[in-house]
Structures are given as C-alpha cells and as structure tokens.
Ligand binder design. Structure first.
Ligand code: UDP
Ligand code: MG
Length: 318
C-alpha cells in the first residue's frame, strides 16, 4: 500500500520493569502484523514514556530500542503522574505520526482492539474511544466506585465516555487541537471530549494486569476523580450558593417561629437546638470555604503556566 499511515502506540510506564518485557513482546507482534498487512507504515513505533521510574524501566526501554527499531522511548525528568506522562507522549508522537494510540503498560487493555481502532480511523474518525465492555476483572469495590463516579460526573455536567479510561486513538489533527488546551490540571479523558471532531467507540474486554502491581493506589485514584470534577465543572460552587440560600431561608422561618413562641409567652428551652445549629452551620461553612479554596488553588496553579512535563531523554532525537 503506498500511503499507509504511521502509527505510534504511546505507553506511559512508571516502575513497570516486571511487565514491560511481556508488553513489549505483545505490542511488537501487533505492530509487525499490522505493518506486514500493509495497514500501517514501516515507520510506525511503540513509544514508551518513562515517568521518572525508580526501577530498571528506562534501561529496559533503551535495550528494547537497541534491539528493534520498532521501539522508541522518552524519559521524563521526574515522576509527574500518568496523565502528564501520557500528555508528554502524545505531544512528542504527534510530530512523528499520523495516528496515535495510548494504552497502559500492563496489558489490561486488549491490544486486539487496535485493529478496530484503525478501522474506525479509516472510516474518518479523528478520535476512537476504547470502552470496557465489562469490568469483570476489576474488584467489586473499584467497579462500583467507578460506576458511581461516572454518574456523579454526569450530574455535574462533565462529558466523558462511560467506562472509557485512557485507551484511545487520536489522529494527529486531534492531538494538535488538544495541544491548544494549556491547563496544568489534567484530566485528559474530559479534555479530549472538548476537542470534538468525528469520533467512535470500540468495546473491549479489560484483562487482569499481566504482571506487577497497580501504580494507582486509592489516593491517586481519588485525586484523579476530584480533578475530573473540579477541572470541568463549577457546579460544586453553585451548589454551595444554593445551599447557603436554602439555609438562610430556613433561618428566617426559624426566626418567625421563635418570635411567635416568644409572644405566646412560652419560654425557650432549646439549648440543644442552638448547639446543633452552630455545629451544622459551622461545618457547612468550613466545607464551603474548602470547596471554594479548591478552585482558587487551581487558579493559582494555572496562573503559573508551569511546564506540564519535561523530557530528559528522547531515543529518536538525541
Ligand atoms: N503510570 C504512570 N505514572 C504514575 C502512575 C502510573 O505513568 O505515576 C502508568 C502505569 O505505568 C500504567 C498506567 O499509568 O501504564 C496505569 O496504571 P496502573 O495500571 O497501575 O493503574 P490501574 O490499571 O491499576 O488503575
Ligand atoms: Mg492497570
């Protein structure tokens, strides 16, 4: 085929020495079969993004690169987290590829879905979202909290694709558009939606991690979840305003009630009521200030325009 597209598969890796050799082998098989079939060009690559790993991840990436030209990699100057590492990979790959697919290093995303992604691209889609058809392999806890989270996002007016994580195809054009979003508080799956263009979804089975342990402990998961809401919705602040109004209204009603009982000559005994209301209002106030503080904190971070990732090494450009 004369004009086969160049595909880059971008894989963020943080301390993935255990799974990397297995993943690399599978991905290479995939790329080779696609190149042989003429679906993608010979200059297609698997690009590993080392997110400041503390183990042998980078050494493994370097030796893969020496062993086969299909492997390439960049190394971030320090650990910046999955979203930033992925962005670093996408921004680097967009200048070298026509299509970029992002996936995790642990083979949880079914790599055979790649063929369907490319089919959709050939049908004219600029973005293809990988959607988990079932979450059988996740723990009940992860499945339920994730499901609840998508509901909350929806209520907050944040558009994301249900059960889509960061396994997706993007055309160079879509990534070019994504680069126009310069925010440092990253929630890529929300941003990609804002980009628009013709898109499609492809279902796939989510597997168990092929080796190693999850690099997303509960704390990081909650941080990402929170980012998703506060970066895309100001409804929490609006909710506070409504809550404040509601409480003010209730206090007026209470005042009227107390005035009436006073004039009827009934003595007020309500010590408990007073204490409870002080605590309730105090708590709500602190919560409200906290939520507003979160947004101000974000504004603070955004105004600095700090770089979102710094590339220390680039195997294709040194
Ligand atoms: N990851 C990363 N930087 C981090 C944490 C994770 O690049 O600080 C990568 C990790 O190597 C993997 C992907 O993000 O390729 C998803 O992480 P993981 O599979 O551990 O998350 P889970 O599937 O358990 O949610
Ligand atoms: Mg995983």
């Amino acid at each position: 085929m004369p004009n086969a597209h160049t595909l880059y598969i971008v894989v963020p890796c943080y301390n993935e020495e255990e799974v990397l050799p297995i993943t690399a082998k599978k991905l290479k098989e995939k790329i080779v079969s696609l190149v042989t079939a003429g679906t993608i060009s010979h200059s297609s690559r698997i690009m590993f993004v080392d997110d400041g790993s503390k183990d042998r991840t980078w050494e493994i990436i370097e030796s893969l690169h020496n062993e086969s030209t299909f492997f390439t990699g960049i190394k971030l100057s320090r650990n910046r987290g999955h979203q930033n590492a992925l962005l670093g990979g996408l921004m680097t790959a967009k200048d070298r590829a026509d299509i970029v697919i992002s996936m995790d290093a642990d083979l949880q995303d079914d790599i055979d879905a790649v063929d369907k992604f490319i089919d959709k691209y050939n049908e004219g889609c600029e973005i293809v979202y990988g959607v988990r058809s079932s979450r059988k392999t996740d723990t009940g806890f992860k499945r339920n909290t994730a499901q609840l989270y998508y509901k909350v996002l929806e209520k907050m007016g944040v558009e994301v694709t249900y059960n889509h994580a960061d396994y997706r195809l993007m055309s160079r054009r879509a990534i070019e558009a994504l680069s126009g979003y310069t925010e440092v508080n990253l929630f890529l799956r929300g941003l990609v939606h804002l980009v628009g263009f013709k898109s499609a979804t492809v279902e796939y089975e989510r597997h168990h991690r092929a080796a190693g342990e999850s690099k997303y402990p509960l704390k990081k998961m909650l941080a990402l979840a929170f980012e998703g809401i506060t970066s895309f919705s100001i409804k929490p602040i609006r909710f506070i305003t409504v809550l404040g109004l509601g409480i003010f209204f209730i206090s007026i009603l209470m005042l009227i009630y107390f005035l009436i009982t006073f004039f009827l000559g009934k003595t007020v005994q309500g010590w408990a009521t007073i204490v409870i209301s002080i605590w309730a209002i105090g708590g709500l106030e602190l919560l409200s200030v906290g939520v507003i503080g979160e947004y101000i904190g974000k504004i603070y971070l955004e105004t600095k325009h700090r770089p979102r990732f710094i590339i220390e090494k680039d195997l294709e450009n040194n």
